[in-house]
Design a protein around this ligand. Structure first.
Ligand SMILES: *[C@@H]1O[C@H](CO)[C@@H](O)[C@H](O)[C@H]1NC(C)=O
Length: 228
């Protein structure tokens, strides 16, 4: 009997382990996307610093961090298809725009394709879109939501000045029609600064919506908008 139940347990475990990859690679539905843009000045002036990609110093503009499927409860799916690898050939027509709008700033290699590959495999595989649709959707959203233009029109400039969190939030809210999430980080002297802006998009990745949840932003009332 000891042997039989042990054997049965092991068989169950083996079957479970064999089925697990299939279950995990099946995309589940999600509720909305976070579309996240980052300010390069705030990525680069931290203690960790940044490295420029092959194409050189990016423009002084917000750039795409990612388009992330999310659940209404704040959790999110990731790595939904371990068999779907990033393939640069599928987005060759988007590459120039990607290098401009979605540059990597990470050190030491700052390899754009590594960054895009990570974003595709962790988040894009959960989007229900193919690679071309996914990256194209993010580029379209970047065009649709020109954050630097929106902020500058409201008198908020990347000039190392301090701005109220409220003024930044209001400027984006008036232009986008929905309340954004604002995330801060700290520069080398621990000054809190404008790092990322989150907006929410419906599951077709085209239409802005009110955010069901927002990330904790870690911003005080006054934050710096550093030059880049
Ligand atoms: C990458 O995509 C191209 C164009 O769609 C295709 O011809 C090629 O087979 C793909 N490569 C891999 C490794 O899947």
């Amino acid at each position: 009997m000891e042997f039989a139940s042990g054997y049965l347990g092991m068989t169950t475990t083996v079957v479970f382990l064999l089925l697990l990859p299939c279950v995990m690679s099946m995309p589940r539905e999600f509720d909305f996307f976070f579309f996240v843009q980052q300010w390069p000045g705030s990525y680069c002036d931290t203690r960790r610093g940044c490295c420029y990609p092959r194409t050189g110093k990016p423009a002084a503009d917000f750039s795409i961090h990612g388009l992330w499927p999310n659940y209404d409860d704040g959790s999110y799916p990731s790595d939904c298809n371990r068999h779907s690898h990033f393939n640069i050939s599928e987005i060759s027509d988007l590459r120039d725009e990607m290098e401009k709008e979605w540059p990597s700033l990470s050190c030491p290699s700052s390899d754009d394709t590594n960054f895009w590959s990570h974003e595709w495999e962790k988040h894009g595989t959960c989007s229900m879109l193919d690679q071309h649709q996914y990256f194209q959707a993010a580029l379209n959203l970047k065009t649709q939501l020109n954050l630097l233009h929106i902020l500058q029109s409201a008198g908020i400039h990347p000039d190392d000045g301090l701005y109220s969190l409220e003024s930044i939030r209001n400027a984006v809210e008036e232009a986008a029609g929905f309340t954004p999430g604002i995330e801060c980080n700290a520069d080398e002297s621990r000054q809190r600064q404008l790092y990322q802006i989150f907006v929410c998009v419906d599951t077709t990745a085209t239409t802005l919506i009110e955010c069901p949840v927002l990330p904790r932003g870690r911003c005080p009332h006054l934050i710096e908008f550093p030059a880049f």
